[in-house]
Design a protein around this ligand. Structure first.
Ligand SMILES: Nc1ncnc2c1ncn2[C@@H]1O[C@H](COP(=O)(O)OP(=O)(O)OP(=O)(O)O)[C@@H](O)[C@H]1O
Length: 287
């Protein structure tokens, strides 16, 4: 399988945050979700891919090239930032004329189609757009230059549930063309339960796992049972435990072992990505 993004040994230190030895790859033809709690380092990593932040160590390759050494490689990327980079006083149409020359394969007809689909008027001023409409405008730009790779930072943030679902469908359609690939970050993990093929989970600047969604769901398991089952050793077995008045629920990353230990005494369920993120972020501590 070929990869369109290769991240190797990335580290970066800010005053109160550090990213340590981050490795992962994004496979061609698939949707990869980058998940992690607030402050995990998702935006920082994505900005490194776009050469907007430089790592202290390690290497980043897009289509085999370093975006820092070969900036033109970024033409093949449709980038959606979590910040608004556009000039507030301009109309959509005027702003489009400014960004258009940056892309060799700009497609005006596609852009008009996306504006229609997203119900955006070309005459609207950027400053008068709602947060969700600004996101739609960014998406329209990212989708209108025949990019081989979409890199999107929290694209579903600020979108209503109806459009969010439509966008996810649109993204799934994009990768029907096996030459296209998508990386998107989110902490709305439900989005990924539905459409992602691979998941990279970042927590406190470190990769917890980077694997196919199916593998993740085969490995992790939620155990629900009575509190009398919990003792110190059993707690250690879990990634995280939440106790309530009537029982506990806990996440294990070893389904086989959990089955052997709890099959007859507790309920075993497949977790959601949100469960996995929640319990891992809480660490071994009881919540
Ligand atoms: N330029 C900077 N200077 C100092 N600290 C920074 C800088 N950029 C990011 N950070 C810190 O790095 C950490 C990771 O931030 P980042 O924006 O990458 O997280 P994130 O996973 O995208 O979070 P969110 O989901 O909240 O957007 C945060 O603690 C943030 O304060």
């Amino acid at each position: 399988m070929s990869s369109v993004i290769e991240i190797q040994g990335i580290s970066k230190t800010f005053d109160r945050f550090s990213m340590k030895d981050v490795h992962f790859e994004v496979n061609k033809g698939y949707i990869t979700g980058l998940i992690g709690p607030n402050g995990a380092g998702k935006s920082t990593l994505i900005k490194m891919m776009m050469d907007m932040v430089r790592p202290d160590n390690g290497s980043i390759r897009l289509f085999g090239s370093s975006p820092a050494a070969e900036p033109l490689i970024k033409e093949r990327v449709g980038y959606v930032s979590d910040e608004n980079f556009y000039y507030e006083h301009l109309t959509i149409s005027r702003m489009k004329s400014i960004v258009r020359p940056f892309y060799k394969h700009w497609d005006d007809a596609a852009f008009r189609r996306y504006l229609d689909l997203f119900e955006l008027s070309p005459k609207a001023k950027i400053k008068n757009l709602s947060k969700g409409m600004k996101m739609k405008f960014s998406l329209a730009v990212a989708l209108s230059h025949h990019a081989d790779l979409l890199i999107m930072d929290e694209p579903t943030a600020g979108l209503d549930p109806v459009f969010r679902r439509e966008l996810l469908e649109l993204l799934s359609e994009q990768i029907l063309d096996e030459n296209k690939s998508i990386l998107f970050s989110t902490h709305i993990t439900n989005d990924l339960d539905r459409i992602a093929d691979y998941i990279v989970f970042l927590n406190r600047g470190e990769v917890v796992f980077s694997e196919s969604k199916d593998e993740v769901f085969e490995r992790y398991v939620m155990v629900k049972g009575g509190r009398e089952l919990l003792d110190k050793d059993i707690r250690k077995f879990f990634v995280g435990v939440r106790e309530g008045a009537h029982g506990f629920e806990a996440l294990s990353k070893d389904r086989g072992e959990a089955k052997r230990a709890f099959k007859d005494v507790a309920l075993l369920e497949t977790p959601t990505l949100e469960d996995i993120m929640y319990f891992t972020a809480k660490g071994g501590k009881s919540a």
